[in-house]
Design a binder for this molecule. Structure first.
Ligand code: ATP
Length: 369
């Protein structure tokens, strides 16, 4: 069984730096889990502990239910891919792929067969005798990937494997990587700070902040139901408005946002598990595609309306992004299909949104855990 389990894993370094704090995670067989978070949040340290390059200060790591906390890296049977490819420059593509196999004392016929198989998987059969420097970045990265896969690892660990590539190539390789992982059914953990990459690759994402897991869920869950202001702002674009709960009903919250004369009352749907009460500080997440624009005075379907002024209009092909200033000087971004976009900078408008599209969040961006 190729599962990975982290139990209460903690890692501190000299000088009282706590890189990872109390991480509990179960990665199922064949699952693709992405560790996502800003620089320094502990992603790489977590991956290095799974690989065996670092020992946890406390806690356990299990593969297939077996405790490997103290098992050396080379006995863990993991394939690894890093950002800088780490191909051997003086070896050909085929020699690079064969490297790990040769260390395992497999017959030369079996090695040759496996190398051919990996070359065709990477679609690089015609490049077998070339050196890394003669390949493009994307080709080198594909060699690094199949080199990791050549030893038939039970687990694949990747740290920013596509980070050095330009955007187009990265997106192309994301698709290839996902297809390959699904086809091989290999349990995979990948580290990235790029939320779009995480969303396009992962079955589930672990969002980390300051060494802790903040939320674990599918890309859709994190996008639609972030559990904190931090996750709401880190995963996908979001407009976060601060407010105060005026009234907390069973299913709905009445919230005052803005200040003084410009304060507005809006209504948000609250989840059954939420327990807001009147007087609580709250933040409301509103995705750009959930905000709509209307001319002042026009009747709109929602009672959630805020006055605003268009300060910028960015054309993005199918969509425009309006940057709209609310009366209390806060900017929000609104995504609008280009064919419906009729407002120029300086226009007074009304921003409206549905109560079910509001994401009620704890006001602070750091969660106390
Ligand atoms: P990045 O995206 O920048 O690589 P990360 O989320 O992967 O960041 P880590 O590399 O895991 O973060 O680092 C987490 C924290 O642990 C940071 O504060 C870092 O400085 C610290 N750290 C990591 N490795 C060591 C080490 N060997 N010695 C001391 N501190 C370390």
């Amino acid at each position: 069984m190729s599962t990975i389990e982290l139990r209460h894993v903690r890692k501190s370094f000299a000088g009282n730096i706590v890189a990872v704090e109390n991480v509990d995670l179960f990665v199922d067989e064949g699952e693709f889990v992405v560790l996502l978070g800003p620089s320094g949040c502990g992603k790489t340290t977590t991956l290095r502990m799974i690989a065996g390059f670092e020992k946890p200060s406390s806690g356990q790591i299990l593969f297939g239910g077996r405790d490997v906390t103290h098992t050396p890296t080379r006995q863990r049977e993991v394939g690894m891919v890093f950002q800088n490819y780490a191909l051997f420059p003086n070896m050909t593509v085929a020699e690079n792929i064969a490297f790990g196999l040769k260390q395992r004392k497999i017959s030369s016929k079996a090695i040759a067969d496996r190398v051919n198989e990996m070359l065709s998987l990477a679609q690089l059969a015609d490049r077998r005798d070339q050196y890394p420097a003669e390949l493009s970045g994307g080709q080198q990265q594909r060699v690094a990937l199949v080199r990791a896969l050549a030893i038939s690892p039970r687990l694949l660990l990747m740290d920013e494997p596509l980070g050095a590539l330009d955007l187009k190539l990265r997106e192309m390789l994301q698709i290839e990587l996902k297809q390959l992982q699904r086809k091989l059914g290999i349990t995979t953990v990948l580290v990235t700070h790029d939320q779009q990459e995480a969303m396009s690759l992962a079955d589930r994402i672990v969002v980390m902040q300051e060494g802790r897991m903040r939320q674990l869920g599918s890309p859709e869950e994190l996008y639609n139901k972030p559990n904190s202001r931090f996750v709401a702002e880190f995963v996908g674009k979001n407009n976060v408005l601060s407010g105060i709960v005026k009234n907390a009903g069973k299913d709905e919250l009445s919230i005052q946002i803005g200040e003084g004369d410009s304060a507005c009352d809006v209504v948000a749907v609250q989840a059954k598990t939420d327990s807001w009460k009147a007087g609580d500080q709250i933040a409301l997440g509103l995705r750009p595609e959930h905000l709509y624009v209307a001319p002042p005075g026009e009747e709109v379907q929602s009672s959630n309306c805020l006055p605003g002024k268009v300060s910028e209009r960015r054309f993005l092909g199918n969509f425009v992004h309006y940057h709209v200033e609310l009366p209390w000087k806060q900017m929000v971004i609104i995504e609008c299909p280009t064919r419906l976009s009729q407002y120029e900078p300086g226009s007074d408008i009304v921003v409206h949104f549905k109560r079910q599209d509001c994401q009620p969040l704890a006001a602070s961006s750091v969660v106390d855990a």
